[in-house]
Design a protein around this ligand. Structure first.
Ligand code: CA
Length: 233
């Protein structure tokens, strides 16, 4: 099920930039609205309740930094600042006006989109963990500890109990590297006498079930000479 599209408010007085930006965001399944100055931006923020704000620092009526401060005073949503090259960047970064990120003009649309997507992904995984502690949502993979159920892009993945436990263990400590003997101990509980090849075999099976290309895994990564980790930004 597709959630409602995220709303992004663009506060930018240069029409060429704001229109290109709006069209690009809409094409990429966001809702987008444009405010042409600071006052307008603050009003539209209260009216539209956007999920994200792109804010140009050079506005005709107000200093963008004041606008940023004012947004932050009212609201917790992510703010990405646009600034001209070399201009104000240090100020924006150094003085903590509550912006989450900034980009220098001219910027690449795909880079901007990647950053916005990353903000939302981080936000979503934090929210999901708070609301459903038994549910891990990592990229297109969802792991339900209560139901022992894994879905990939919404499709159920059939796993044995040990495969499930191994995946859940790695996923709930994302980016942490575990040696084979640590995994053997955690999942099978017999590190001392166990055969570490068991872990290798189970990792291979999991990769065949959840990786797009099991021979070049992007989720269950091998860390050479150490072990395995669940890779996630
Ligand atoms: Ca401007």
């Amino acid at each position: 099920m597709q959630a409602n599209p995220r709303k992004i408010l663009i506060i930018e007085d240069e029409h060429d930039i704001s229109r290109i930006l709006r069209d690009y965001l809409v094409k990429n399944r966001y809702e987008a609205a444009i405010a042409v100055n600071g006052q307008d931006g603050l009003q539209m923020m209260d009216m539209l309740q956007p999920d994200y704000i792109i804010l140009d620092i050079m506005l005709p009526d107000m200093d963008g930094i004041d606008v940023c401060r004012e947004i932050r005073r009212r609201n917790n949503i992510p703010i990405l600042i646009l600034s001209a090259r070399g201009n104000d960047t240090d100020k924006v970064l150094g003085l903590g006006f509550g912006a989450d990120d900034y980009m220098t003009k001219p910027f690449s649309l795909s880079e901007l989109l990647a950053r916005i997507n990353a903000h939302f992904r981080r936000y979503d995984s934090v929210t999901a963990e708070q609301e459903h502690p038994h549910l891990l949502r990592l990229g297109n993979l969802q792991i339900d500890k209560k139901a022992y159920r894994v879905t990939l892009d919404g499709n159920e993945v059939s796993l044995s109990a040990k495969e499930f436990e191994l995946l859940f263990h790695l996923a709930s400590h994302k980016n942490q590297v575990f040696s084979k003997s640590q995994l053997l101990d955690a999942i099978w509980g017999y590190a001392v006498y166990g055969d570490e090849n068991t872990v290798t075999v189970y990792i291979r099976r999991l990769r065949e079930k959840i990786e797009a290309d099991p021979s070049h895994p992007s989720i269950l990564k091998t860390v050479w000479g150490v072990g395995y980790k669940f890779n996630h930004e």
